[in-house]
Design a protein around this ligand. Structure first.
Ligand code: FES
Length: 255
């Protein structure tokens, strides 16, 4: 595979059968956790970055799928997958990546507020795990369908709150003023990011740049910035979620 500019860097094609020690663990009725042995160097995949996966050996007419790792350690990558995908131990997977950019957390941001609304929060869980290891305080708010995420898959140091249908939770105002950075995940076709941005601007005197990020995880037909299918409208320029995201600064978007 050829490197394609800055679009998707450090291409590392690998096609390996999972070792016999690999596991597919049921997390809930809908989610399974898959452990995959890979050749990616430790630290080469950061929270927010993703891989393009092909599950079938040889040629097939289907696009690669986005796989969003929850954790990567000792060359073992962990991914949450819908149980209906029917993953089996020993399955072969071809992985390309890492694609996209790491979620840009400031060094001095000690209090992180992560919000998942109607989405499987894998990217936020990866970020929470790393932030806890770095000694930061993390609150994770699960709303809508995200509430089904199994809590025992989360580190105990993370404070987990549940939001109601109207995206409200106790002490919401306190959480927004306590946070030194906010990262949210919601289906991009909803108005969730616009509502979040509006709420932040109502509650805080000043919302600086690089304070609130939305994660944009649309389908990635190419994953290298070639097809424009993942374009996100910005105030001054547009962004390609596959190469410039998935974390985009809400301050810069046309919400
Ligand atoms: S998926 Fe093709 S440009 Fe982003």
């Amino acid at each position: 595979m050829v490197r394609s500019g800055d679009a998707c860097y450090n291409w590392v094609p690998c096609e390996r059968p999972k070792p016999s020690s690999s596991e597919v663990t049921r997390l809930s009725a809908a989610l399974s956790r898959v452990e995959i042995a890979s050749d990616f160097a430790p630290g080469s995949i950061q929270p927010g970055q993703y891989l393009l996966a092909r599950l079938h050996a040889g040629w097939d007419p289907y696009l690669r799928e986005r796989w969003q790792p929850v954790r990567f350690a000792d060359r073992l990558m962990i991914v949450d997958r819908h149980t209906e995908a029917g993953d089996q131990p020993g399955q072969v997977v071809s992985l390309l990546g890492p694609c996209g950019k790491p979620i840009p957390i400031r060094r001095d941001a000690q209090h992180l507020l992560l919000i998942a609304q109607d989405a499987v929060p894998s990217a936020l869980v990866a970020l929470a795990l790393k932030a806890v290891e770095e000694g930061r305080s993390v609150t994770l708010v699960l709303g809508g369908a995200a509430q089904a995420y199994p809590l025992d898959a989360l580190p105990p140091e993370v404070e987990v709150l549940h939001a109601d249908r109207d995206w409200k939770w106790p002490a919401q105002v306190d959480a927004f003023t306590w946070a030194e950075q906010v990262v949210a995940l919601a289906p991009p076709e909803t108005d969730f990011y616009a509502r979040l941005w509006q709420t932040l601007n109502q509650l805080r005197i000043y919302v600086p740049e690089r304070f609130a990020f939305g994660l944009f995880l649309p389908p990635t037909p190419c994953g290298v910035g070639a097809c424009q299918a993942c374009l996100v409208r910005g105030k001054r320029k547009d962004y390609l979620a596959c190469t410039e995201g998935p974390a985009l600064d809400l301050d810069k978007l046309a919400l």
